[in-house]
Design a protein around this ligand. Structure first.
Ligand code: CTP
Length: 400
């Protein structure tokens, strides 16, 4: 990461996650990034200017109407003297004020006056995050070219569970690096990602499915796009939002997923994170199956689905340079992943232990091993979005 000498203006909103801004400053300073902080009025309730000043080794700005602040550096110069503005945590209120173009405190005024790139890291209660107003504000900000990192999903300070937690500081640092470097190490590269479950029809109203949420696959598509790749995400039916900056192809069955993947070729990298049904009903009914009093329950005859990962890895012409699969195991994780990698002919397998005790299946965190023909990398437990950013960076290295 060539960040030394870059200048970040960090705007800290008033949320419980504001304490994580301290860790972010530490990480940025470790990369020799110059950090200047602006605290919103509410932000001062959660972190003190003194802590920010000690860590950033810079004056902290808090109030638009402070005569000293204005005489030393006005709000216009403040935003001009930075290479990137980072809003972390970006509260629902601050996002709303940004979207509306308000200038009712120093942070909002700086954000309105700037023509410097802006990255926001939202953090708020899950219901505030899901509220149509917040989502509309975010869409407005994205359309203006503002970068968004997170939020993560998990238990929250308010006792609820869901999306709304501030992205972890290392993930924010990676997003900062991607923005600052102009570092779009995957610019000009094409990527294909599969995500979510497949639905295999039994009849026009019933189907076979699995519990995949699509979170890990969607996060990987977002992380690859963040690094500049042109990403096609082929997604089975999921209940989560499309990742920003990604072309999404929606499919239901494994056969449709394979067709959409083949249509997306050529690509440099294919990441197969979908939980594809291994079997489909051989002859789905054209009409809804009716239960007939006294008749035996119908038997379903299953037939194997195409293996999309093995198919892409085995292409004689047009094989992506890097083909990556996933392995969800409950025992002998590494040995099974190595065997699966060889069997499917892919380059890497991202393996994880999904035994119920790990809490990984359906959870916000993951602990994976990156298995290639030569090596096994054990990654520490981290959020699924951090796994995605780290995998995207490893892909960028491999394709460089
Ligand atoms: N995969 C695929 N098409 C299929 C089945 C699986 O592309 N029809 C991909 C998945 O996206 C994932 C990997 O293959 O990348 C998982 O392999 P799979 O054989 O499904 O492994 P598991 O179901 O995890 O394990 P096993 O069958 O060994 O229990």
């Amino acid at each position: 990461m060539a960040l030394a000498g870059k200048r970040v203006l960090l705007l800290i909103g008033g949320g419980i996650a504001a304490y994580k801004a301290l860790e972010l400053i530490r990480l940025l300073r470790a990369q020799e990034v110059a950090v200047t902080c602006v605290l919103t009025r509410a932000g001062t309730q959660f972190v003190t200017p003194l802590s920010l000043q000690a860590l950033s080794e810079n004056r902290v700005y808090t109030d638009l109407f402070s005569l000293t602040d204005e005489s030393e550096m006005g709000h216009i110069q403040l935003s001009r003297a930075a290479d990137l503005l980072v809003v972390a945590p970006a509260t629902a209120d601050l996002l709303a004020r940004m979207a509306a173009g308000l200038a009712d405190d120093l942070a909002a005024t700086v954000l309105l006056a700037t023509d410097t790139p802006v990255l926001v890291a939202p953090a708020m209660n899950v219901r505030m995050w899901q509220h149509a107003a917040t989502q509309a504000n975010l869409a407005t900000l994205r359309a203006r070219g503002i970068g968004v990192v997170g939020p993560d999903e998990g238990p929250m300070a308010c006792g609820e569970f869901g999306p709304g937690r501030l992205a972890e500081p290392p993930a924010i640092l990676a997003a900062v690096a991607a923005r600052l470097d102009g570092a779009k190490p995957l610019a000009g590269r094409r990527a294909l990602v599969t995500s979510g479950p497949t639905h295999e029809p039994i009849d026009p109203v019933r189907y076979l499915a699995n519990r995949s949420s699509g979170r890990q696959g969607h996060a990987i598509a977002a992380a690859l796009a963040e690094l500049g790749a042109a990403v096609t995400l082929v997604s089975g039916p999921v209940g989560i939002a499309d990742p920003p900056g990604v072309r999404v192809e929606r499919v239901e069955t494994a056969a449709q997923m394979l067709a959409a993947c083949l249509a997306a070729l050529p690509v440099d990298v294919a990441v197969m994170a979908a939980a594809v049904a291994d079997w489909r009903v051989a002859e789905p009914g054209g009409q809804k199956l009716k239960k007939i009093e006294g008749a035996p329950a119908p038997a379903l005859t299953l037939t194997p689905n195409p293996d999309i990962l093995a198919h892409l890895a085995g292409l004689a012409a047009g094989r992506p340079r890097l083909v990556i699969g996933f392995a969800a195991e409950t025992e002998h994780v590494i040995a099974h992943a190595q065997a699966k990698r060889a069997r499917k002919g892919c380059d890497w397998i991202v393996a994880n232990d999904v035994s119920p005790a790990t809490g990984i299946m359906g959870g916000a965190e993951n602990e994976v091993h990156l298995v290639s023909a030569e090596t096994v990398e054990d990654w520490p437990r981290m959020t699924k979005s951090e796994v995605a950013s780290r995998l995207a960076r490893r892909i960028a290295q491999a394709l460089a």
